[in-house]
Design a protein. Structure first.
Ligand code: AQP
Length: 334
């Protein structure tokens, strides 16, 4: 890592095929920021065990996720890319930080509460503990900036509280206090059929979600079916309160083309929703086809992918070890 650059960390859980939400909220920024920061990109496989118990899928998803990182321009020569479970320090620090985290604050997390509302039976403790493991992921690397979508902002705020609590208790700056980095636009992409709910890779209704590795014709169909509104005559402008469907599609369009929302409102002021959706599908196809071509090239070569994560784990471990040793020392465990 370069001394004059601050450290940035970002991660994605390999819980399934990545969505355009994961892409716009996080992944699409990674290539750009790796020039400015010492970037660390993690495949958060231990987090995915909270919801995924099929080991065959998980193994495949880890390679798929890694190939997508590379297809999006993440360069293993510039950034550290590793799999969370390969660096044991994450779970070791997790245990320590559990003892500095409160049950009350964890049960107040929106993501945890939404899993409860989902009506799942036998909520596992991993789901409650999720933000504490996230605290280990971030604090082990003395991270200055955490790049996330808005849905993860609350978790990072909790990480900041835990880090401050620990530092204050030991009256020492053991952990760097991270700052939250959100992408300017696209930090909360909504579902296609329920545009007031976040787009998620694990949404049961696949028509809500556009996957990065999905066939273009299927993407076109989903966009065509996306919920809009019944304003007569149809008008295309951004107003999330009144028109969540169209506003979400405008955001996606803007992120994929670099055009501002105002430019798009102007360009489509005389068009129908169907025409607007067709133009959006074209714009998405251009980017996604390019991405998929590059993805398949990387995905074919599992031995290259394996070398990247083996090397990434050993690089990550060097930093993680140092922080964990310091923590053990202040706790009196050394
Ligand atoms: N809809 C979204 N819009 C913008 N950003 C998003 N992110 C997720 N959904 C959106 C961001 O993607 C990064 C990786 O997310 P994750 O895989 O670690 O977990 P998540 O936030 O729980 O994402 P999903 O897709 O909703 O996964 P599942 O369904 O497995 O829970 C994060 O930076 C996240 O903010």
């Amino acid at each position: 890592m370069e001394k004059n650059k601050s450290i940035l960390l970002s991660a994605i859980q390999p819980t399934g095929c990545l969505t355009i939400g994961n892409y716009l909220g996080a992944l699409s920024q990674w290539n750009k920021v790796q020039k400015e920061y010492n970037s660390i990109y993690c495949i958060a496989d231990l987090h995915s065990v909270t919801v995924q118990h099929n080991n065959k899928d998980l193994r495949k998803n880890i390679f798929d996720t890694l190939a997508l990182y590379l297809a999006c321009g993440v360069d293993p020569k510039k950034s550290i890319i590793f799999v969370q479970s390969h660096v044991y320090e994450h779970t070791q620090l997790n245990w320590i930080l559990n003892c500095y985290s409160y049950f009350g604050e964890l049960t107040r997390m929106t993501q945890f509460k939404s899993k409860l509302i989902d009506g799942r039976k036998n909520i596992n403790i991993g789901l409650l503990n999720y933000p504490v493991l996230m605290a280990s992921d971030i604090l082990l690397y003395q991270t200055n900036h955490v790049l996330v979508g808005i849905d993860q902002k609350q978790h990072v705020e909790l990480v900041i509280n835990i880090a401050n609590r620990f530092n204050n208790f030991y009256k020492s700056k053991i952990f760097t206090i991270p700052a939250i980095l959100l992408s300017q636009q696209g930090s909360k992409i909504m579902s296609l059929l329920e545009p007031t709910k976040k787009m998620s890779k694990s949404n049961i209704n696949k028509k809500n979600t556009i996957f990065l590795l999905e066939e273009i014709n299927s993407i076109r169909k989903k966009i065509k079916m996306a919920v809009t509104d019944s304003e007569e005559p149809a008008r295309i402008y951004y107003n999330f309160e009144k028109k969540p469907g169209i506003s979400n599609l405008l955001t996606i369009f803007s992120c994929f083309t670099g055009k501002t929302i105002a430019e798009l409102e102007n360009e489509f002021s005389k068009n129908s929703y169907l025409e607007f959706k067709e133009a959006l599908s074209d714009a998405l196809s251009t980017v996604i086809c390019r991405l998929q071509r590059s993805y398949f090239e990387y995905r074919e070569d599992e031995s290259y992918l394996t070398r990247i994560i083996v090397n990434g784990a050993s690089q990550a471990r060097e930093y993680a070890k140092k922080t964990l040793e310091t923590v053990y020392y202040v706790l009196g465990l050394r």
